[in-house]
Every structure is written in C-alpha cells, then in structure tokens.
Design a protein around this ligand. Structure first.
Ligand code: GLN
Length: 190
C-alpha cells in the first residue's frame, strides 16, 4: 500500500498529516520533487496560496506535481491548495498549477465574514452533514464540463468539486474531527 504525500512548504500541512495518520495511512511530507516519487497521492493544504505557489515553483515542485497529476495521481487541494490547483483565478494573476478546470475566486467572503463554520450536505459522503470550516475562503466561480460539484452553500455557492483524479474543497476538513473527506480521498487513491 502506497503512501500519501502532503505538500509541506507552507500552511496547515501538519493537520492533514495527523488526519491521514488517524485513518491508518502512511504519510510523507513533500518538500522536494524527488519526495513525490515515493507517494501515490498528494494533498495540498490551506495557507497562503501565493506563498505556496512561489515556494513550489522555486523548489521545482510545481512541474513535478503537474507531471504526476497528468499521469493520474490523485491530488486534493483545501482552501489555498484549491486556489493553487485551479486552471483559472477570477480575481488574481498569481501562477497556479493549472490542474482543475475551474475558475476560483480568492477571499470570496470578504473581510466581514472572514471565517465561519457551517453544516454542509455532501451526498458523496452520505449520512450526517459535514462540519465545514471556512477561513478567508475561496469559492468556485465556475466549473468546466468534466467537473462534478460535491457541495454548495445554501445560497448556491459551490464549495467542493472533483474532476477525475482531482478533488477540491474551499474549506478545511483537516481542522475538524470528521475524517470523511480524508477517507473519500484515500478511496480515490485505491
Ligand atoms: N486566503 C488564502 C489565499 O488566498 C487562503 C486561506 C486558507 O487557506 N485558509 O491563499
């Protein structure tokens, strides 16, 4: 059984490591392109997407991630990680990995609603609503043809989606005790 990588250049990567370990996964922190050779999937954490982007580019990680993703490696981005995965950003010119065929709007809730928690219906997870933590969160402005929407807020804003090997959430499952998104991603890996 292969290991899961967590991109560990900036942001709340350690929370993802702990969540995956609680599920019994073998986890490796990814800081160099060659680290990626030892994992079967990659999580990109929340944090500051411009910093994660710049450091990943500088360390040669961006190209390595693009290559592996094109080969089908599962990649999951949460919050800043989702921003970094997107093909298009509606309100920022920063460089991204250009993986997921979506347009993402950064800091979509403005300063008044900086962070909040809400119960989300996520059919793909079944059962109880998911406790979603949003922190200076982005939203999906639009999604391409091959993208499946997994969750919306009550006002219709899209906050989780997947496209083949790619999973994106605008919120932070790693900051809750609910491991169902981590389980969902681990299943994608198998
Ligand atoms: N606002 C951050 C950004 O634009 C993302 C915040 C987060 O990851 N919690 O990168």
């Amino acid at each position: 059984m292969g290991a899961v990588g967590v991109l560990a250049v900036q942001g709340d990567f350690i929370e993802h490591v702990h969540a995956l370990e609680r599920l019994g996964e073998r986890v490796l922190e990814i800081r160099l392109p060659e680290d990626l050779d030892r994992v079967e999937a990659l999580v990109i954490p929340g944090g500051e997407s411009t910093t994660i982007g710049k450091l990943s580019e500088r360390f040669g990680l961006s190209d390595a991630i693009r290559e592996r993703s094109a080969d089908g490696m599962p990649v999951w981005g949460t919050c800043a990680g989702l921003i970094f995965m997107a093909k298009n950003l509606g309100n920022s010119g920063q460089a991204t990995l250009g993986l997921m065929d979506v347009t993402i709007k950064r800091n979509a809730f403005g300063s008044q609603l900086d962070s909040f928690e809400t119960d989300l219906e996520v059919e793909a997870l079944g059962g109880d609503p998911f406790p979603a933590v949003f922190i200076r969160a982005p939203i999906f402005e639009s999604t391409g043809d091959g993208v499946d929407v997994l969750a919306k807020l009550n006002d219709g804003k899209i906050v989780a989606a997947e496209q083949g090997n790619l999973l994106g959430t605008a919120f932070h499952p790693e900051l809750t005790q609910d491991l169902r998104f981590h389980e969902y991603f681990a299943k994608k890996m198998r």
